[in-house]
Design a protein around this ligand. Structure first.
Ligand SMILES: Nc1ncnc2c1ncn2[C@@H]1O[C@H](COP(=O)(O)OP(=O)(O)OP(=O)(O)O)[C@@H](O)[C@H]1O
Length: 246
């Protein structure tokens, strides 16, 4: 192990759900290189609902994409449940994500040709579960999200908020240890938004699990255990509630 690797290793919090160190991310824009993240150190603790909050363009989506193994950092390292994810092979990383992480993104990415229950069952089927058994479990999750009666409908027959709840069911159905969400309540009214956050807490937060949520939604800020504020690619606040000047 190199000296640099040893230094990096010493600084990881191996007991965290996510431990990110010195994360830099650059994007090429024409002739220019734009630095979007400026050396972020960040731990997401098990048993907590953590929010990542910040203005549009501050780097939130970039940061969570790096933390869950779908966007390589330009510099830095990320451990998820003690595994250095960018040291894995591509195949190992795909398997790691499938078995450990549930995603809820701004675009719901539902498969248009299959119904809501089959969409929600996708992670279980990918893990090898029998289709009918997977569908039953998916229907239970749709019920918890108050859209059990929409199970047989295609995505295009659902409203935006209903499609979002199918995407949420798909993220939670295989009970992943880490749930990563980008604006999960954006398309929902206030009471549905709080219900989703309650469900995320119920399913995604436990002694050995964690959930990190990017949100602008000040209607649900009081439901977080911990709030991180990102400004221009740097963490400027880390505490149990929003800073007073926001
Ligand atoms: N693939 C890309 N190529 C070039 N620039 C990018 C790329 N992805 C993101 N950016 C830039 O990086 C910056 C941060 O983007 P990011 O989506 O992470 O912000 P955000 O805080 O999630 O914003 P929002 O709240 O609007 O979703 C923006 O200036 C964006 O234009």
């Amino acid at each position: 192990m190199s000296e640099a690797q040893q230094n990096m290793d010493a600084t990881f919090d191996h007991d965290a759900a996510i431990s990110a160190r010195a994360i830099v991310r650059d994007f090429e824009a024409g002739q220019q290189t734009i630095r979007v993240l400026h050396g972020i150190d960040l731990d997401v603790k098990k048993g907590e609902l953590t929010y990542l909050v910040g203005e549009s363009g501050s780097g939130k989506t970039t940061m969570i994409s790096i933390m869950c193994g779908i966007l390589w950092p330009t510099e830095g390292s990320v451990e998820v449940f003690g595994t250095d994810i960018y040291a894995l092979s591509d195949r190992q990383l795909v398997d790691f994500r499938l078995n450990n992480i549930g995603f809820i993104f701004q675009q719901y990415n539902l498969i248009p040709t299959i119904d809501a229950a089959s969409n929600a069952a996708v992670p279980l089927i990918a893990q090898g579960m029998d289709r009918l058994e997977a569908r039953d479990i998916a229907c239970e999750m749709l019920d918890k999200l108050n859209i059990g009666d929409q199970a047989d409908k295609l995505p295009k027959q659902l409203s935006g908020g209903q499609q979002q709840r199918v995407a949420i069911a798909r993220a939670l159905v295989h009970e992943p240890k880490l749930v990563v969400c980008d604006e999960p309540t954006a398309a929902l009214d206030a009471s549905s938004g709080r219900r989703v956050m309650d469900l995320l807490r119920e399913v995604a937060v436990a002694e050995d699990r964690a959930c990190i949520i990017v949100t602008h939604d000040n209607r649900v800020f009081d439901l977080a255990d911990r709030i991180l504020v990102l400004e221009d690619g740097r963490i400027t606040h880390d505490g149990p509630s929003m800073p007073e000047d926001h």
